[in-house]
Design a protein around this ligand. Structure first.
Ligand code: SF4
Length: 272
């Protein structure tokens, strides 16, 4: 059974949960609330796609098209990217829909805001400053004491090996909070790059595309992890693996419940 982002999952009976690998997103999901993880990734109960998720994916896919076109020396003009954005927006609606839009007018407004955000990125200093070394770079790493590999896909790797992850956000991020919140993902990327190249990336960066009226592009730079930070992250993977394979799933009420789509299932939960 695979529990990673963008990689196929195979349904397995809950009595034999043995992931082939772990990804930063699966581990973060498990640690955030193990019962929501169960509903989403083990029982695979489908829910309507939220507007924020649909927009985030459409923006992400368009940035991927943009960076790939630059990397390959293909057309990355605004016209070409508007076509790519429209195509991603529609395809994602079909593939992952229904999307929770209140009505067509709201959908058009959201779509326009998302495209303006992509344009802000394409016209920003971010683009002029560097060419990508790799786009959507799939890597893996082995952690001592973890029986399965860790796999992930890095949005962009710069020529100096800086790992870049794109985030779309409704409001300007707080740099310290962003670094703390995404530590698991970014340090995993560092460890993957180190295993693949033998070198430590000089920085682990988050590039926020902020969907405000005038969209903003904000880069948050995070220092690469020392040995203690890396050990802490490896421990989180081991804890998640043990919890998943011993079927340790229970409600973990907190702030995340306010955007959880499994409240109904959660309310009916009791220990088997
Ligand atoms: S409602 Fe809260 S406790 Fe229940 S599954 Fe969702 S996140 Fe977990």
């Amino acid at each position: 059974m695979a529990l990673g982002r963008d990689l196929p999952s195979e349904a397995s009976p809950p009595s034999s949960i043995r992931p082939d690998y772990l990804s930063p997103s699966s581990v973060k999901s498990y640690l955030s609330c193990s019962l929501r993880f169960f509903f989403e990734r083990v029982a695979q109960i489908r829910k309507p796609t939220t507007v924020a998720l649909h927009v985030g994916k459409a923006i992400h896919a368009t940035l991927q098209s943009f960076n790939l076109a630059r990397w390959r020396g293909e057309d990355y003009s605004e016209d070409a990217m508007e076509t790519a954005f429209s195509s991603h927006f529609l395809k994602l609606e079909k593939a992952e829909g229904p999307v929770d839009y209140a009505d067509e007018e709201t959908r058009q407004k959201v779509r326009s805001c998302a495209w303006n955000t992509v344009k802000a990125y394409m016209n920003s200093d971010e683009v002029a400053s560097q060419m990508p070394l790799g786009v959507e770079v799939g890597l893996s790493a082995t952690f001592s004491g973890l029986p399965v590999p860790v796999r992930g896909v890095i949005d962009l790797v710069q020529h100096d090996l800086t790992a870049v992850d794109y985030k779309s956000a409704a409001a300007k991020p707080d740099a310290g909070h962003a670094a703390f919140d995404h530590e698991l993902q970014l340090v995993t990327y560092q460890m993957m790059i180190e295993e693949a190249t033998g070198d430590t990336p000089p920085s682990l960066d988050l590039v926020y595309l902020v969907k405000t009226k005038t969209p903003q592009v904000i880069r948050v730079k995070i220092h690469p992890a020392n040995e203690q930070r890396k050990r802490r992250i490896a421990d989180l993977y081991r804890i998640a693996y043990e919890g998943i394979t011993t079927e340790h799933f229970h409600p973990q009420p907190g702030m995340q419940c306010s955007w959880c789509q499994y409240m109904k299932e959660c309310s009916g939960w009791c220990r088997q």
